[in-house]
Design a binder for this molecule. Structure first.
Ligand SMILES: Cc1ncc(C[n+]2csc(CCOP(=O)(O)OP(=O)(O)O)c2C)c(N)n1
Length: 625
């Protein structure tokens, strides 16, 4: 065996740079691409000498990007992999201590959303010679604990490399985890700073790994037969399309299935854009953030066929939306396929849909059910146009009207927003409005992080999307609260020349949480900025446009929807990051969502809370448990 003397960090970086993946594109053609799209890093003593030296030496083969915050640079990396349907990743390297723990929230984002990212926090000395090194947390009771152990519950693979040759087993295991369709998620290799710098005899083979491919596991014959029988018994079937449809790149198979059997489709946040918005059987958003026409049909379905969805509470209305229906769950992950006593069909979504065809032949949903769905979908699209284009005079706009202006600004330039734009968001009022109203024509053009719904994902996520899909417009729609949570990667987007358009909807506080607070019986309290000024405090007056300009972006504060549309036209033509700020109200929202379980106090001195509790208990009776 030929070997070469390398530090652990050098071996890691060379292996990463050499990795290739067979990537499948939107039109189905494949190409061999670098698996790792680059490394985001903020250096400190825990990674600058070891990993830093290796990255500098390899920079012509693996690009290093500097960012401004460990959590958000990891968000950018996660958005990159989501926008590439998990087929490519980025690595994220931090120092030890605060740099590492800053990244834990991002690890949780990737974990919940089943998204791959290679996390490389620095760690304390394996030799323990300088203990306690700067930023070492020191556990009194456990000698082998460090800050990096925080990653254990929020990663799918965790390893601490205490010898340089550990890289030979740890890195392939991390890659295996990230390329396993069922187990896919974040992998964390915690790298003690001394071990990064230690040399070993690295087998040359390790530096030229083979091409990676996502496998597509087929279904078990018995599960398949049961699933076919269940579907054949259905008269009013409904497909819930989840993120798995996109990650399996099963959109064409889904479309063929729907067209062949007349089954209407509703989409979760993760699954939105599985079918084009104007497909005649696409009823759009289901659930708490769903539209009434989709939820109405869910309430009447006799079989709900869940394809690639985690069946999160927002999708199932906390299990009260379709308790009457039999559930069939096609999922590559048995944990998901077995949820809520559903019939499990464990398989890759694309392969599973294809295998079902053999047994279904000429089976079709009741013609009246299909016809009704088509009617609803057509009426829905008219309603969406109305909601997003009829702007009332003399009142503050709300999110629907912003969405309409952002979309229709493309038309002014002869562009089609549905194919051109990727709309991105994560938390606040906007996810519900975008889920209901955004029109995506191509898979992945709706990018919602709604597994962890992490405020602060947005601006960084927009950067990651642009890096993954440079030919598209990366449009971040974000509330003022989420923008304030984390926005410094705006400066990174300029540093890296990655243009995005950020639209900030300023309703002066945490609007959606205040609405929830009032709905659960409490008074508006501690959410809207004007309600939060103690004696001696000052009313908050944040100038978002000035703030964005200070970071280098072009920014404008528009007065109304007409100005927003004009600013969007300009922003689309610009080459660098643009920020547009608009004042909005959180008092108007689009209706249609179903019940969501939020626990209401059992006893309270407030009449409103007692009333809310009574309706809460009543709503619980509808849950499937
Ligand atoms: C990191 C994080 N902290 C807290 C929350 C809880 N939360 C969800 S939405 C929200 C308010 C969002 O405010 P903003 O972005 O301004 O949107 P708005 O609701 O006003 O439209 C909060 C605090 C969260 N999702 N993420």
């Amino acid at each position: 065996m030929k070997t070469v003397r390398l530090t652990m960090a050098q071996a890691l970086v060379k292996h990463l740079a050499a990795l290739r993946m067979e990537v499948e594109h939107l039109d189905g053609h494949t190409s061999i691409e670098p698996y790792c799209g680059g490394v985001f890093t903020i250096f400190g003593h825990g990674n600058v000498a070891g990993l830093g030296e290796a990255l500098a030496a390899e920079r012509d083969h693996l690009t290093t990007y500097r960012a401004h915050n460990e959590q958000t640079m990891a968000h950018a990396a996660i958005a990159f992999s989501k926008a590439q349907f998990r087929q490519r990743i980025m690595a994220v390297s931090t120092s030890i201590g605060p740099g590492a723990t800053n990244m834990v929230t991002a690890a949780a984002v990737a974990h919940v959303n089943r998204l791959p990212v290679l996390l490389l926090p620095g760690d304390v000395f394996a030799t323990r010679r300088p203990d306690p090194v700067l930023q070492q947390i020191e556990s009194f009771g456990q000698g082998d604990i460090s800050a990096s152990d925080c990653f254990r519950p929020v990663t799918r693979y965790f390893d601490r490399l205490t010898r340089p040759e550990h890289i030979l087993t740890a890195l392939p295991r991390a890659i295996q985890t990230m390329t396993d369709p069922a187990n896919c998620g974040p992998a964390c290799l915690s790298l003690p700073q001394d071990v990064q710098a230690m040399a070993f005899d690295c087998p040359e083979d390790f530096l030229s790994p083979g091409v990676l491919r996502f496998r597509r596991p087929p279904a078990d014959e018995r599960e398949l037969a049961h699933s076919v029988a269940l579907l054949r018994s259905a008269k009013r079937p409904l497909i819930v399309a989840g993120g798995g449809v996109l990650y399996s790149r099963a959109w064409a198979a889904l479309r063929a299935f729907v067209d062949a059997h007349g089954v209407p489709v509703v989409e979760s946040h993760g699954g939105k854009s599985s079918l084009p918005w104007d497909h005649p059987l696409n009823l759009g958003a289901i659930g708490v953030d769903g539209v009434s026409w989709a939820n109405d049909m869910a309430r009447e379905a006799d079989v709900v066929f869940a394809v690639g969805t985690r069946l999160q509470d927002f999708t199932t209305g906390s299990h009260a939306l379709f308790p009457q229906a039999k559930l069939l769950s096609l999922n590559v992950q048995p944990y998901d396929a077995g949820k809520w006593s559903g019939a499990a069909l464990v398989a890759d979504a694309r392969v599973g849909l294809g295998q079902l065809e053999a047994g279904l032949h000429d089976w079709a949903a009741d013609a009246a059910w299909t016809a009704r769905a088509k009617q609803q979908a057509a009426a829905a699209n008219a309603r969406i146009t109305e909601l997003t284009t009829n702007v009332p005079k003399d009142m503050l706009p709300y999110d629907a009207e912003v969405i309409g202006a952002v979309r229709d600004s493309a038309l002014e330039l002869g562009l089609d927003s549905g194919t051109q734009d990727v709309a991105l968001c994560a938390a606040g009022t906007l996810p519900a409005e975008l889920h209901k109203l955004w029109r995506a024509s191509l898979p992945g053009n709706y990018h919602m992080e709604y597994g962890y719904s992490c405020m602060g994902y947005e601006v960084a996520g927009g950067l990651g999307v642009k890096m993954a899909r440079p030919e598209q417009e990366s449009i971040v729609l974000v509330g003022d609260g989420s923008y304030m949570m984390a926005n410094s990667e705006l400066a990174t987007s300029l540093l890296l020349g990655q243009k995005m358009i950020v639209v900030i909807l300023d309703n002066r506080g945490y609007g959606c949480i205040e609405r929830l607070q009032i709905k659960t019986g409490s008074p508006g309290f501690n959410n809207m900025l004007d309600d939060c000024v103690p004696e001696g405090g000052e009313r908050s007056t944040i100038d978002f446009a000035m703030h964005a300009r200070a970071m280098g972006a072009d920014a404008v504060h528009v007065r109304d929807i007409a100005e927003l549309k004009a600013a969007m036209v300009k922003a689309r033509q610009a080459k660098r990051t643009q920020v547009i700020v608009i004042d909005t109200t959180h008092h108007r929202i689009t209706d249609g969502g179903c019940w969501w379980e939020v626990a209401v106090p059992e006893v309270s001195g407030r009449r409103e809370v007692n009333e809310a509790h009574a309706s809460y208990v009543k709503a619980q009776t509808a849950q499937r448990i």
